[in-house]
Design a protein around this ligand. Structure first.
Ligand code: NAD
Length: 358
């Protein structure tokens, strides 16, 4: 399929490719939909094996950002930047500044922030070249580490699922198996410990496991985490972890995690539903980060209280996704898509009116 066909198949507005041989920059920015506001999404730096792989990632992730912001009630569209390269060896000030200049050429249609392989330090360089950047470090007047709000939002979404399945007892005394003990998972676990939840965690990185043991958590091997007998499985590492091979392994009633694009395909959401496993759609429960970043935009400046209040609403949004799923007898993944698509459609339908004479 050529690029135009792929764009029209999923409704992407714009895909721009940038090359700067001097700094070694090769980047793609995909803008999926700007109905609700400027496209916003992080910039991922990854050693993609091909340009096609990078393009696919940009298209898929930018669409997910449209749905995430729409469902969270934010005034942002969906976009994503990808830089082709190894973040450990190919990154430099020149490369990030070159990237910032290219972001600037889009005139504010795309706002960037961090993602896998990019950090607040990189954003400082990008900020030298463009103001169309958000999620800056606290020292620059920004909103800082997004994973704090992402962890809180995930906890709120998990609570809504637990209340549905186990009634008012909610999370108290449950067992949660966590795949990936990075930033989001760590913040999630702090909340869960306050609810006396038993935690079993895994990671492929030894230092993360040491940190988990220091917190007194049980540790499992990466290969066995899906076999852990638990109430909730929380994927907090990679995408595509819910697929025809892994779903039959699950021994839980709920899946709720922070990782993006957990379902390998739409059919996997249906299969979880068929098996009676309550799936918390990833873009519903991991939207705390983009909510935090949105709270930095606008004239009032960043307000942690505003960000927190909006993030706590994820509890109600997740509960409404469950209600739609039950009322329409569809999967929660399909119910979440309806929520996002209805908001987009309602704003698209606002009648254009003349506001001034020519
Ligand atoms: P992170 O890099 O801090 O943590 C990810 C952890 O997963 C790492 O410790 C890594 O070693 C581990 N890991 C990787 N592969 C693994 C595997 N196969 N098995 C077990 N562990 C594995 O990243 P993060 O910021 O915590 O983000 C986690 C996930 O949440 C990512 O998918 C990210 O895209 C998504 N997410 C993050 C945010 C945010 O605010 N940081 C917001 C929305 C979504």
């Amino acid at each position: 399929m050529d690029i135009m066909q792929r764009m029209s198949a999923e409704g992407h507005e714009q895909v721009t490719m940038f090359s700067d041989p001097g700094s070694g920059l090769k980047a793609i920015i995909a803008i999926h939909d700007t109905t609700l506001g400027p496209a916003c999404g992080g910039t991922r730096m990854w050693p993609y094996e091909s340009e096609d792989e990078a393009l696919t990632d940009a298209l898929r992730l930018s669409q997910a950002m449209t749905y995430k912001s729409a469902a969270a009630g934010l005034h942002l569209g969906g976009g994503k930047g990808v830089i082709i390269g190894d973040p450990h060896s190919d990154k430099s000030e020149a490369l990030m500044r070159a990237y910032g200049r290219f972001v600037d050429t889009l005139g504010g249609r795309y706002l960037t922030t961090t993602d896998v392989g990019t950090t607040g330090r990189d954003l400082e360089y990008v900020r030298q070249e463009t103001r169309h950047v958000t999620g800056l470090p606290l020292s620059l007047g920004g909103s800082g580490d997004t994973s704090i709000m992402t962890g809180l939002g995930l906890y709120m979404g998990m609570k809504a699922c637990a209340e549905e399945v186990w009634g008012n007892g909610g999370l108290r005394g449950r067992t949660v198996a966590v795949q990936g003990f990075g930033k989001v998972a760590s913040h999630l676990c702090e909340h869960l410990l306050e609810d006396d939840v038993r935690l079993v965690v895994t990671d492929v990185y030894d230092a993360a496991l040491d940190r988990a043991r220091d917190m007194g958590l049980e540790v499992a091997s990466p290969d066995s985490i899906m076999d852990v007998d638990c109430d909730i499985f929380a994927p907090c590492a990679l995408g595509g972890v819910l697929n025809p091979q892994t779903i039959p392994q699950l021994r839980c009633r709920v899946v709720a995690g922070g990782a993006n694009n957990q379902l390998l395909s739409e059919a996997d959401g249906e299969e979880l539903h068929r098996r009676g496993i309550l799936y918390a759609p990833d873009y519903i429960v991991n939207s705390g980060g983009i909510i935090n970043v949105e709270a930095e935009l606008g004239d009032a400046g960043y307000s942690p209280e505003r960000a927190r209040e909006k993030t706590e609403r994820i509890h109600e949004i997740m509960a409404s996704v469950i209600r739609t799923s039950q009322a329409q007898e569809i999967s929660t993944a399909a119910a979440a898509d309806i929520l996002a698509e209805e908001r987009l459609a309602s704003v698209r339908a606002v009648r254009p009116v003349h506001s001034r004479c020519r």
